[in-house]
Design a protein around this ligand. Structure first.
Ligand SMILES: Cc1cc2nc3c(=O)[nH]c(=O)nc-3n(C[C@H](O)[C@H](O)[C@H](O)COP(=O)(O)O)c2cc1C
Length: 199
């Protein structure tokens, strides 16, 4: 079974990004894929600061990488497919998503370091990034700092291609946001079918 790790960083009831994620999940083939959803907003994730930073350093110095503190990092490293759903906030994703990344970026688990620099240890061949945007910013453009970040850190974490699916113009008056969201939902569902089809 393909292990699909879903990072649900949707932030409110009635979230359109959540609808996009639901469409993706609808397309997942349950005969080939096992899905684990992490609801980031309910997980009490902490940024690496003060005691939370210091205690992590101690564990790494003691080479204690089986400590439960690193369970999220092992889970990320072992996933075959990663799916992140996050609304487009301030040209990027919500800070909560970066806090999750801080917690899974662990030397010796999700990446290694040696004389040649950093090398990724994550198995996932694809990383699907689902979002909805208030305005008309296009995926992979300069204004899409979420994609550029996710694409950039894959050289450290080692997962494969980042595939964005976005619905745009959600908050533009007079724009048919409903049709655009439906179009993106169909794209997400078809992508899930393709990524989890029987080989
Ligand atoms: C805190 C915040 C920041 C936002 N920043 C942007 C932005 O920089 N550009 C933009 O086009 N829309 C922005 N939006 C609008 C959202 O991208 C848009 O409403 C999106 O569909 C929200 O997703 P949701 O329905 O899943 O919550 C922002 C909304 C919020 C609440």
């Amino acid at each position: 079974m393909k292990q699909v790790l879903v990072l649900d960083c949707t932030m409110r009831d009635g979230s359109r990004t959540r609808q996009l994620l639901d469409a993706f999940l609808h397309g997942v083939n349950s005969e080939t894929a096992e899905v684990t959803v992490l609801p980031l907003a309910s997980m009490d994730l902490k940024p690496l600061v003060n005691e939370w930073f210091d205690s992590r350093q101690v564990l790494l110095e003691e080479d204690d990488r089986t400590n439960p503190r690193f369970d999220l990092a092992h889970q990320f490293a072992d996933a075959d497919l990663i799916v992140a759903a996050a609304p487009y906030w301030d040209y990027s994703f919500p800070a909560l998503f970066k806090i999750y990344i801080e917690n899974i970026s662990v030397d010796g688990i999700t990446f290694g370091s040696g004389e040649d620099g950093l090398s990724g240890l994550c198995k996932a061949e694809k990383f699907v990034y689902l979002t909805t945007r208030g305005g008309f910013a296009k995926s992979k453009s300069y204004d899409d700092q979420a994609y550029s970040y996710l694409d950039s850190i894959r050289s450290m974490l080692g997962y494969g291609e980042v595939i964005p699916v976005a619905a745009i113009g959600m908050d533009v008056q007079g724009f048919d946001a409903e049709s655009e969201l439906n179009r993106a939902c169909q794209e997400a569902e078809a992508l899930a079918r393709e990524l989890t089809k029987t080989s």
